[in-house]
Design a protein around this ligand. Structure first.
Ligand SMILES: Cc1cc2nc3c(=O)[nH]c(=O)nc-3n(C[C@H](O)[C@H](O)[C@H](O)COP(=O)(O)O)c2cc1C
Length: 193
């Protein structure tokens, strides 16, 4: 297959795989996670600020994440607190092989927020694509849980100017995702010329 065909195949066959589809307790080799992180590090970014920051939880770290996120949620969710969401936070990490907290470390003196958020999103897409190249490994980007709780940031080495952009959940796939769907690109393109 030519490179152009390979990249098209990889991009279009990439699917989110959710935690209930994982084979709980089966750990992905750390080398594969590092490969995904290295590829994330090659994302385009303006002024070489390389704003992506990742905190990887695996093994005993998953329990630590579960306890820490549930505690932060309980303390700071306020009127948005939901008991079932709290209970979910205590168990979801254990369904995964690895969980990667996604941070955006701002260079406020150099770039507007949108540029650095965009660069982190490019990095996360590289993670998505890297794991999609393995038939039996899957994952997805979640902006649920404690993503938008300000007080959660220090858990992941992030300061007040920085952004917590969610979590990438990874695991071996027990139940594959069904094929994807998109509306035609022509609906979203204005072609001039
Ligand atoms: C920025 C971002 C945030 C997302 N947050 C969530 C989320 O909180 N919960 C969820 O179930 N899926 C989340 N997703 C994954 C989407 O559900 C998924 O991409 C969508 O269903 C399309 O499926 P596909 O990735 O297989 O193409 C998120 C995706 C992106 C890009």
């Amino acid at each position: 297959m030519q490179k152009s065909e390979l990249i098209t195949e990889l991009i279009r066959s990439r699917r989110s795989v959710f935690t209930q589809q994982f084979e709980a307790g089966k750990r992905i080799p750390d080398e594969i996670i590092w490969q995904a992180l290295e590829n994330a590090n090659w994302a385009p970014n303006h002024k070489f600020t390389e704003p992506w920051r990742f905190t990887v939880f695996t093994g005993e770290g998953l329990q630590k994440l579960a306890e820490q996120q549930a505690a932060v949620y309980k303390q700071y969710a306020g009127s948005k607190f939901k008991q079932n969401k709290y209970e979910g936070m205590l168990v979801t990490p254990q369904q995964c092989s690895h969980v990667i907290a996604i941070g955006c470390k701002r260079s406020t003196d150099q770039l507007p927020e949108i540029e650095e958020v965009a660069a982190v999103a490019c990095a996360v897409q590289n993670i998505y694509l890297t794991i999609s190249a393995y038939d039996n490994i899957g994952g997805y980007w979640s902006t649920g849980g404690i993503t938008f709780i300000e007080e959660a940031k220090p858990l992941f080495g992030l300061g007040p100017d920085d952004l917590l952009m969610g979590f990438f959940y990874l695991g071996y796939v027990k139940t594959p995702s069904v094929s994807g769907k998109r509306r035609p690109v022509q609906e979203k393109v204005t072609w001039v010329g």
